[in-house]
Design a protein around this ligand. Sequence first.
Ligand code: NAD
Length: 511
Amino acid sequence: MATTISSATNSERLQSYDPSTGQVIGSVPIMTAAEVDAAVARARIASQTWSTRSHAARREELTAFRKAIAAHADELAELLHRENGKPLLEAYVEVMMALGHVQHAASHAEAAMAPKKVSSGVLANFRATISYQPLGVVGVIGPWNYPLNTPMGSIAYALAAGNAVVFKPSELTPLIAVKLAEIATKTFGLPDLLQVVTGAGATGAALAKSAIDKIAFTGSAGTGKRVMITAAERLTPVLLELGGKDPMIVAEDADLDKAAEACVYGALTNAGQACVSVERVYVADAVHDKFVDKVVEAVRALKTGGDDGHLGAMTSPAQVAIVKDHLADAVAKGAKVKTGGIDAISGSYIQPTVLTEVTHSMKVMSDETFGPVIPIQRVSSLDEAIKLANDTSFGLGSTVFAGDASVARKLASRIRAGMTSVNSVMAFAGIPSLPFGGVGDSGFGRVHGDEGIREFTRVKSTAEQVFPLPMNMMSFNQPKDATKRIKGMIKTLYGEGIVAKAGDLLRKLRS
Ligand code: NAD
C-alpha cells in the first residue's frame, strides 16, 4: 500500500517507508525548535575546538571518518536502496561519490584556505593578506533524491574548513542520515561535530532560524525561497542548491550512439530524480529521427523494478503525480509517446517514457519533471537549440554533444547554466574539484572544489604596516601642503602623470 507523505508524520515519530512496498522500515523523532537549538549550541562548543585544530589534525579525523563510511558501505547502500527506492547498484555509486567528497575536501582544505598575499596598491608600505577562517556552525538541509551524496557535498567541505555541522535530512530519507550520524559520533573525537536533527519542514525551518553561521540548503526552489526568508531574520548567509530543467543539445555531427547512450542514462538514472537529470533534449533536424530511434531502442531494453532493475521505485507518490500531470499535459498539447506513457505507470513504478513533437508550451519542457521522461524536440539550427536551452528560469547543469570540439565548447559557453558536460553527461558532478551549483532559480553559491571549501569560510583581510612613509594617509596630522600633495599624487598615479603612464604601458604589454 502506497503511503502519502502527509500520513508519514505523527506527533511523536516520523516514519520512514520503503517506496517499493509502502512498508514502514523505521522511525525517527520529530525534533522541536528547542531540540534544534540545543543541537546547535552543542555544535557551537564542538566548533570552538575543531576550528583551532591544524589542517593535518582535521585531515586525520576526516580520513578516519571516510574509512568508517567505507567500512559501512553495505549497510549504507542497503538503506539507500530501501529508503529511497533506487537500485542497489546506484546506491553503491552514491556511497562511492559521497566518499569521494570526504576524501577531496579533507585533502584540499589546507591549500584552498591558504592565506594569500595580494598587491597593496598605493599603500606600498603595507603587507596585504587574505585569509580564510571557519564560520562556526553550518546548518545543512538535504533532499531525498541523493540523501547521502548531496548533503555530503556540503557536510564534508564544511567540516574540512573547520566548522561543526547540524544536518536536517529529508523527511522521506531520515534513516540514512541517522546512520551517518552514528558513524560520525563513533569516529570523531568530538561527538557533537556532526549531528543530525530529524523531522519535516518545521524542523528545517527551526534550523534555518537558529543561531547557525550559514545554511546550506538543497531542495526545491520554492522551499529555498522560504529558507532564505527565514534566514534573513538573523542575516544568516545562505547557499542554495535548487532544482533544474537541464537541456541537452545534440549537433548534426555528434556521435549519435554515444549521445543516445548518454541521454538515456542522464535522463533515467535514479528514475530521473536527479537535480542534474537531462530533462529536455534538442536535436538537429538532420539527425533527429535517427537519434530518437536509438534512444527508444535503448529505453525499451531497460528494466524497471526488481533486484536487477535499471530503474527503481519513485521515492514519493507526490512525485509520481507530478510526472503523470506532465505527461497528460504534453499529450493533450500534441506530444507523441514513443514508448512508456501514463498507461505504463503502476504504483510507484514509472516505465521510462520518450516523447517527441514537444514544445515549450508544455509543462514537460518548462517545469522540473523529476521523473523518467525524455522529451525530444527537433531544432533547425544550433542557434535555435541555444535559444530554447536558455528559455528557462533554471540554470543548473547541461549537456552538449558535437563532433567538432570547438563547436561543442562554444555551445557550452553559450548555455546559461552553472555546469556543462561536453560529449558526456553529468560528468561535472563526478569531479569533486569542479564547483557545483546553478544560476537563476537553480540557486547560488557553490559546493565542491576549492570554491565549495571557501563557501564555508569567512574572508579575513589584514593590512600590516611594514615601514612608515613620510606622509601617513590614515591620520589627521598632515602637513600644511597635504592637499597640494594629494592633487599631485592623483595626477601622477592616476591621471596623465609619468607613473600612471608607465603603469598603463605595463598593463598593455602584459595583456
Ligand atoms: P524540498 O524543497 O521539498 O525539501 C528539501 C528539504 O527542505 C527537506 O529536508 C525538507 O524537510 C526541508 N524543508 C521543507 N520546508 C522547509 C522550510 N520551510 N524551511 C526549511 N527546510 C524546509 O525538496 P525535495 O523534494 O526534498 O528535493 C527535491 C528537489 O531538490 C528537486 O527540486 C531537486 O532538483 C533539488 N535538488 C537539487 C540539488 C542541487 O544540488 N542543486 C541536489 C539534489 C536535489
